[in-house]
Design a protein around this ligand. Structure first.
Ligand code: SF4
Length: 351
């Protein structure tokens, strides 16, 4: 068996930043109860590990005691939630990914300019709920081309679309093409809303999965970008499984000489990927390859409220930028060393 590790996989800069925020808040306010509004990122293990350290996750602001500390999750919140937190006197720290904030700003700007906004995304996803809340009267959510006949359009010349950051670029393309066909004057956002991390992880699956027998995606079922990775592999003809961790791996999925692609959604910790490698090396004598499709160098600052508190207390690192580096594949962590294949080799036919 050969395991082909996709690079990039796993944590993006937005997720890393959100987790660093909660880590830092736990240190800064040691002994005080810490609340996080919604799952900080959509991953069962990440949430469970923070719960074990005393963090309480809530789905409504009135579950947080007055005056307590609350962190807003990476998916963003609507202004109504922010206002409710202020009215309750909560000390809030906003861990919204800057790339989600960018979509919120676009929504506010277009609504002020009198545009109706078609927000392509999943209506029940936390990010879409937050973005919609920025301009509820101007935004209609489009989940599929079937929604188009039900849209209520006042002026087809003042219409713009925005998208959720974690959609499949293929699926979003189909919906946007259908919208453009129905509304030829539809305006596009100034830059792509589907984020770099979503796009890169999907591109890696498109590049690698067709030469593999199975794709394993590490991620939780409520992680939009993880689910999309399995769909993209299947659409390209390679069966795919979404697993939270090694305990969900079934030996019956594999044949002895299979090539297995292994990747992870943007909210999945790398130690879970490493544990799967170790198990497959142990059980099947698998060898490892890592295919480098993209290098990522995106970095974000910590939220302003946190930086201010760190500086006030003389805690170092307030102005450090948060970035994610590719993990080193060591035999201790992954069970074997990985041969690295560069992106240029991916253009050659699969062996
Ligand atoms: Fe930000 Fe994209 Fe990561 Fe979401 S997946 S946290 S939008 S970088």
């Amino acid at each position: 068996m050969k395991i082909v590790l996709a690079n990039p996989r796993g944590f993006c800069a937005g997720v890393r930043m959100a987790l660093d925020v909660v880590d830092q808040v736990l240190d800064l306010f040691e002994g005080e109860p810490i609340y996080v509004y919604h799952e900080i990122v959509h991953n069962k293990h990440v949430v469970g590990r923070f719960r074990d350290r005393g963090v309480t996750f809530v789905e409504a602001i009135d579950e947080v005691p007055k005056g307590a500390i609350v962190v807003f999750s990476a998916h963003g919140i609507s202004p109504a939630v922010r206002q409710a937190a202020d009215e309750r006197g909560l000390r809030s720290i906003d861990a919204t990914c800057p790339l989600v904030t960018k979509v919120h700003s676009e929504a506010v700007r277009y609504a002020r300019q009198g545009y109706q906004i078609l927000l392509v995304g999943h209506a029940d996803h936390q990010e879409v709920i937050g973005t919609r809340g920025e301009a509820p009267d101007a935004i209609q959510v489009v989940e599929s081309p079937e929604d188009i006949p039900n849209l209520v359009i006042d002026d087809p010349a003042r219409l713009v679309y925005l998208t959720q950051t974690t959609l499949s670029t293929d699926d979003a393309g189909v919906i946007i093409d259908a919208l453009k066909k129905a509304f030829p004057l539809l305006k596009a956002p100034p830059s792509e809303d589907i984020c770099y991390a979503t796009t890169n992880r999907q591109q890696a699956v498109r590049a690698i999965a067709p030469s593999c027998d199975l794709t394993i995606v590490v991620g939780s079922r409520n992680s939009s970008n993880s689910v999309r990775l399995t769909e993209i592999s299947k659409n390209g003809g390679t069966d795919a499984r979404l697993v939270d961790d090694v305990s969900e791996i079934d030996a019956a999925w594999f044949k002895p000489n299979d090539r297995v692609m292994l990747t992870a959604g943007a909210s999945a910790p790398e130690d879970l990927v490493a544990a799967i490698c170790r198990a497959l090396v142990d059980r099947f004598g698998a060898t490892l390859e890592q295919w480098d499709v993209f290098d990522e160098d995106v970095e974000f600052a910590l939220p302003g409220a946190l930086r201010k508190e760190m500086k006030r207390r003389g805690v170092p690192g307030a102005d450090d930028r948060v970035r994610v580096s590719a993990s080193e594949v060591t035999p201790e962590a992954y069970g074997a060393v990985a041969l690295t294949v560069s992106a240029s080799k991916l253009d050659r036919p699969a062996e």
